[in-house]
Design a protein around this ligand. Structure first.
Ligand SMILES: CC(=O)N[C@H]1[C@@H](OP(=O)(O)OP(=O)(O)OC[C@H]2O[C@@H](n3ccc(=O)[nH]c3=O)[C@H](O)[C@@H]2O)O[C@H](CO)[C@@H](O)[C@@H]1O[C@H](C)C(=O)N[C@@H](C)C(=O)N[C@H](CCC(=O)O)C(=O)O
Ligand SMILES: Nc1ncnc2c1ncn2[C@@H]1O[C@H](COP(=O)(O)OP(=O)(O)OP(=O)(O)O)[C@@H](O)[C@H]1O
Ligand SMILES: N[C@H](CCC[C@H](N)C(=O)O)C(=O)O
Ligand SMILES: [Mg+2]
Length: 494
């Protein structure tokens, strides 16, 4: 975390009794504390970080940042010590600001995107457009950091200390433009409150993560925070107004005086989607910008990708790029890894796609989006993860059976559960005509083998993942790679 020290006041923090101590770093987890650190003791789902203050003292932390509840929990441990105590209403936000000030540099131009689906896709397209316009750009999210800078990422939206260390490293490496995903967890926990955003985007809103957010409205309120709290008043909001929640957000945005770029089919959209025509390798898209019509070719599969691309284009325009220059590079956009990714093509022209759809709704959306690109039959390979939501299994099977012509049920990270019983639950929904093949590599081989001219295969569930989790072991496994191997083997290339 650098060798220099900073005073609490330089990090925007004021200790209770005014002691403006120098700190040597910031830790959120007591196990990471080094002598002189500020320990951010956050209220958690399972426990309060302040429970670990005695341990922090032993590790020679110089200061503790917490809320009133945390101060109460740590009162006895702190009595008689000279450690600086900072108590705030919103300690997660204070931590985010402190981390931003500690690490200092960020790429000059940053955007964030939120929504239930499409965040990774929009962040990647935004980065790709910037790169095609010759900017040093990267995107941060579920698939790690990609573009002009690469790094793995454990979270879709990293925690403030991890995030700001990363942003400072990116800036030092010359990255000037960054697009990040704002997950609802990340927003609720203020993880990106210290990021200086030029623009923010909203893709759509459907049910998800109700295990974490108490209600549907609370989940939406977390997402709305990107526009009502994180994006400054001089920032630009890019909103999908096809979604009623996007229209709702547009009211907050206008009330705050932020510039709005509305996207969608409605006639009041600034960037308006006018029409799409699909074929085997992508789609032609007609749209208008401030009333002026344009036509472009997208080498991307799936109707929803046009909205993702327009959102990305608007974000880049919001950051100051010339609209015509942006529209001119759209035909050069590449697929996002594991998102409707064309993984292989057979000699007979049949295609194999890999997609991260791992919910009933996503399986249905992905298959429906693929259908207009396919002249022949649609084959689906589907499975459900172990140690995860059990209720979705038959529903995923049913979504596959209802939207594909042939279904193969296989394993997708069985984890510590019995794989056969997970498959049985998926098969319950998929019906008697579905084929069961536990081994995923064999399922892919059989799926590819079934493809005649004009047919397509969708391998759902794992997307960009690089391993199959069986028990607690992770075995290397990549759907796209397996698809290429299967095609090469069946077409006599190996
Ligand atoms: C549900 C959730 O988001 N949990 C986050 C939350 O943890 P928590 O509230 O459960 O923490 P806790 O275990 O109760 O502990 C409370 C506090 O004590 C601290 N602690 C704990 C133990 C210890 O020995 N010492 C110590 O100091 C913890 O660091 C924490 O600050 O606060 C922690 C510290 O700030 C986060 O690391 C943790 O993210 C966990 C790792 C996580 O997996 N989050 C996932 C669900 C997540 O954020 N996912 C989204 C994407 C979702 C999606 O769209 O699919 C993401 O952006 O990646
Ligand atoms: N605009 C969209 N509307 C509906 N579905 C979409 C849209 N964009 C992507 N999808 C579907 O959602 C899946 C996930 O897409 P993506 O990874 O871009 O979303 P995300 O919001 O980053 O998801 P996560 O929360 O898992 O990080 C894709 O595999 C695709 O099937
Ligand atoms: N990252 C998410 C989705 C994984 C999708 C699927 N491959 C699975 O393992 O269920 C999870 O762990 O629930
Ligand atoms: Mg994502």
């Amino acid at each position: 975390m650098g060798s220099a020290t900073k005073a609490l006041s330089e990090l925007g923090l004021t200790a209770l009794h005014g002691a403006d101590v120098q700190i040597t770093g910031i830790s959120v987890d007591s196990r990471q504390i080094k002598p002189g650190h500020l320990f951010a003791a956050m209220p958690g789902v399972k426990m309060h970080g302040a429970e670990f203050v005695p341990y922090a003292l032993r590790m020679q932390a110089a200061a503790v940042l917490t809320d009133r509840e945390g101060a109460e929990i740590a009162r006895e441990a702190l009595a008689g010590t000279d450690i600086a105590l900072v108590v705030t209403e919103d300690p997660r936000q204070a931590l985010a600001f402190a981390a931003a000030l500690w690490f200092g540099a960020q790429p000059e131009t940053m955007i964030a995107v939120t929504g239930t689906n499409g965040k990774t896709s929009v962040a990647s397209f935004t980065r790709q457009i910037w790169q095609l316009l010759d900017f040093e750009a990267a995107n941060i999210g579920t698939t790690g950091v990609e573009g002009a800078f690469s790094a793995p990422s454990a979270h879709t939206t990293p925690e403030p200390v991890t995030l700001h260390r990363l942003l400072a490293d990116m800036a030092a490496a010359g990255v000037t433009h960054a697009a990040m995903e704002a997950s609802s967890h990340g927003l609720a926990q203020r993880r990106l409150d210290g990021v200086r955003l030029a623009a923010a985007g909203f893709t759509n809103f459907t049910q998800d993560h109700l295990d974490y957010h108490a209600t549907f409205d609370e989940y939406f309120a977390a997402k709305a925070g990107l526009f009502t709290r994180v994006l400054p008043e001089d920032g630009v909001a890019v909103l999908n107004i096809d979604d009623p929640r996007g229209v709702e957000l547009s009211k907050y945005v206008t009330a705050r005086g932020q510039r709005l770029i509305a996207i969608g089919h409605a006639d009041w959209a600034d960037l308006r989607l006018l029409g799409q025509r699909y074929d085997a390798t992508g789609q032609d898209v007609r749209f208008s910008w401030e009333g002026r019509p344009f036509m472009t070719r997208l080498p991307l599969i799936g109707g929803f990708q046009a909205m993702n691309v327009l959102t990305a284009a608007a974000l880049v325009i919001a950051c100051g790029a010339d609209p015509e220059a942006v529209f001119a590079v759209l035909p050069r956009l590449g697929t996002v890894r594991g998102r409707m990714q064309l993984a292989a093509t057979r000699e007979n022209g049949a295609t194999v796609f890999v997609d991260y759809a791992h919910t009933p709704d996503a399986v249905e959306t992905a298959l429906k989006a693929l259908r207009p690109h396919v002249m022949g039959r649609l084959v689906a390979i589907v499975g459900a993860g172990g140690d995860r939501d059990r209720t979705k299994r038959p529903l995923m099977g049913r979504a596959a059976a209802e939207n594909a012509d042939l279904v193969i049920v296989t394993d997708d990270n069985p984890r510590t559960e019995d794989p056969a019983s997970i498959r049985a639950a998926v098969l319950d929904g998929a019906g008697p005509e579905a084929t069961e093949i536990g081994d995923r590599a064999e399922a892919i081989l059989r799926g590819v083998d079934a493809l005649g001219p004009g047919d397509a295969l969708l391998i759902a569930g794992k997307g960009h993942e690089s391993g199959q989790i069986i028990g607690t072991d992770v075995y290397p496994f990549d759907d796209a790679e397996q698809a290429s191997v299967a095609v090469a083997a069946l077409d006599g290339k190996i």
